[in-house]
Write a protein that binds this ligand. Structure first.
Ligand SMILES: [Zn+2]
Length: 355
């Protein structure tokens, strides 16, 4: 059963209290909260049911977040400098060391690191141990009080179970919670890296932005697939001139997975901005991913692009359901928004079945 309005408000105020009054000796607790929210979207549903989550899955999310954050930060004022930002109050956090080592070994691509199954397994095991030792059983403590509204504090074990209603609330308030947690994370990094950062303004983009620099391979793959035409207006584009667009906008769900990309004119891309595309585009996107699934997978693998079609489908399902529930608007073309029509469900269902 889904939580009542009153329970949902209580959930948000509990979360606010956790962020406001909890002890943060490292950024792990922020990573843990983001991981739970992401897992609620990628593995949960809107029934209000409890959700078992393995610590291994949480560890994989940690690696994903810190993967980009361990790159040395180079201040604009001093291009020759560059330091890995401190993620804790004492000596550098253990997860950071593990991820740095993995990057030294595999290079910059997370997809390449993942494809080395033995190395990946050992990295996940190392990070998993830190997750279990550090944030997992400490997150829900405020002062001396245990405050375990998210999951039971069992203090041991390799899994947790999100309490009834928690997955529902994480999905319902995903955008709000993400902004809240990332904002607190950025402030923490600012406080603990004052010398390196000064008054730099682009910290949030550095910590959480999309890996846009890596997307030229994706652009070329998709330009071929779309026969050189813009995904939205269907008019021809210049060769290598397309802009890679997150079909489900990055601002709604910050994860780069191959099947979520389309290419479009720069003008169409920026007109769409942070909006969700109308149901007709969803249908075209689902159709493309069904029809060219295997081709896309082998192209993505060949170019080290992360992909996971079932997950992309569940994320799209969540984003469209949210918009539909609140009678939200979707984008059709520059300056034109329309209500989301009911046929979105069919497109998503077809994609979910085929994925
Ligand atoms: Zn266009």
């Amino acid at each position: 059963m889904s939580p009542t309005a009153e329970q949902q408000v209580k959930f948000l105020s509990n979360l606010q209290r956790l962020l406001g009054e909890g002890q943060f000796v490292a950024t792990y607790k922020y990573a843990l909260l983001l991981a739970l929210a992401d897992i609620a979207i990628e593995a949960g549903d809107d029934t209000g049911a409890p959700l078992p989550v393995s610590t291994k899955l949480i560890a994989e999310k940690f690696i994903q977040y810190y993967w980009r954050q361990v790159v040395p930060y180079v201040p604009k004022s001093d291009p020759m400098a560059g330091e890995v930002l401190r993620q804790n109050t004492g000596k550098q956090a253990a997860v950071i060391r593990h991820v740095i080592e993995a990057r030294q070994h595999h290079g910059d691509s997370l997809a390449t690191a993942k494809s080395d199954s033995k190395g990946w397994k050992s990295l996940v095991t190392d990070v998993d141990q830190v997750v279990c030792k550090m944030p997992l059983w400490k997150l829900q403590t405020v002062g001396q009080d245990s405050f375990d509204f998210l999951y039971e504090n069992k203090v041991k074990g390799t899994s947790i179970e999100l309490r009834p209603g928690v997955t529902f609330c994480l999905r319902q308030f995903y955008g709000l919670i993400g902004d809240l947690v990332r904002g607190a994370w950025v402030r923490y990094i600012r406080r603990h890296n004052h010398d390196t950062l000064g008054t730099t303004a682009d910290l949030s983009e550095f910590l959480f932005g999309s890996e846009r620099s890596d997307l030229s391979d994706v652009r070329d793959i998709l330009e071929d697939l779309q026969s050189g035409r813009c995904f939205y207006c269907e008019k021809p584009m210049q060769r290598h001139g397309g802009h890679v667009d997150h079909f489900v906008p990055w601002s709604k769900y910050p994860l780069d997975l191959g099947h979520n990309f389309v290419v479009a004119h720069q003008t169409c891309n920026s007109a769409k901005s942070d909006h969700l595309a109308a149901a007709s585009y969803l249908s075209a996107w689902a159709e493309r991913n069904i029809q060219h699934r295997d081709q896309l997978v082998s192209e993505f693998d060949a170019h080290s692009v992360l992909h996971d079609l079932p997950t992309s489908a569940r994320i799209a399902n969540w984003a469209y359901q949210r918009t539909f529930d609140v009678a939200g608007m979707t984008w059709t073309r520059k300056g034109n928004m329309v209500p989301l029509t009911e046929d979105w469900i069919q497109s998503i269902n077809q994609l979910m079945e085929s994925a």
